[in-house]
Design a protein around this ligand. Structure first.
Ligand SMILES: C[S@@+](CC[C@H](N)C(=O)[O-])C[C@H]1O[C@@H](n2cnc3c(N)ncnc32)[C@H](O)[C@@H]1O
Length: 220
């Protein structure tokens, strides 16, 4: 089988040639559901930097609404539900949503197919916890400001947003995907009514790059 990263890039390149930034996700997940491809970011565990942060802040919900952006196969959503939140998790790919419902049949998480750029108006400032891991960096740079604005807009007054992304080193914008984030990209979240509580730059486990882990809150 082709290398999963290379295959995902090839699908993304085809989509980009059609000026379609998100259509390749559905193609990839549909192939994966048919057993013909592997989703390269499907680690089958919640992101370790999310777990570490949750432990550090003693994250414990009491039924508050939480939203997971670009949830893929749902491990971060299930983690938030296990921490006591009433979780909605969405992805642009209907096949991903079908797959995650099969993976977690008894889940309390509300899995929904939805496009970040056309979110239901009822989701506006509705969530006490919002988790965004690797969706922004999976979208071309020209969509960055709109993606950040749409994510920020879901955070309720008094709510918090945790963001985990690759850091973009100095130099030209990569061909992508992914399109990692600069510090200025991370700061875009504060241009949308949020304040930063913590912005960390953490080395990757293999020492080959770094990740942003940033926590924001909407005053209220
Ligand atoms: C790199 S994957 C990361 C998935 C998951 N957050 C994780 O960390 O494993 C990016 C995810 O965002 C989803 N996605 C991309 N564009 C989106 C959009 N416009 N609206 C909703 N989801 C989107 C993709 O289908 C994919 O599942």
């Amino acid at each position: 089988m082709t290398d999963p990263d290379q295959h995902a890039r090839a699908l993304a390149a085809e989509a980009a040639a059609d000026n379609d930034a998100t259509g390749w996700f559905e193609r990839l997940y549909a192939e994966a559901e048919a057993g013909d491809a592997t989703v390269p970011w499907d680690t089958k565990v919640p992101h370790p930097l999310l777990v570490e942060w949750a432990d550090a802040v003693q994250l414990q919900g009491g039924g508050e609404p939480a939203l997971v952006i670009g949830c893929g196969y749902g491990d971060d959503a299930e983690f938030a539900a296990a921490r006591g939140f009433d979780v909605t998790a969405f992805d642009v790919s209907p096949s991903a949503i079908a797959g995650v419902r099969d993976r977690f049949p008894g889940s309390s998480v509300h899995y929904v197919a939805a496009d970040l750029f056309e979110l239901p108006p009822a989701w506006r400032q509705a969530y006490q916890l919002v988790i965004e891991i690797f969706t922004v960096q999976a979208l071309p740079v020209r969509l960055r400001e709109a993606a950040v604005a749409a994510i920020s807009e879901t955070v309720a007054p008094g709510g918090r947003l945790i963001v985990i992304q690759r850091r973009r080193p100095d130099g030209p914008v990569p061909d992508g995907p992914p399109w990692p984030l600069t510090r200025a990209d991370i700061d875009l979240f504060t241009a949308n009514g949020l304040v930063a509580d913590q912005i960390e730059l953490l080395p990757d486990a293999d020492g080959n790059g770094a990740r942003w882990r940033a926590e924001f809150r909407r005053p209220g």
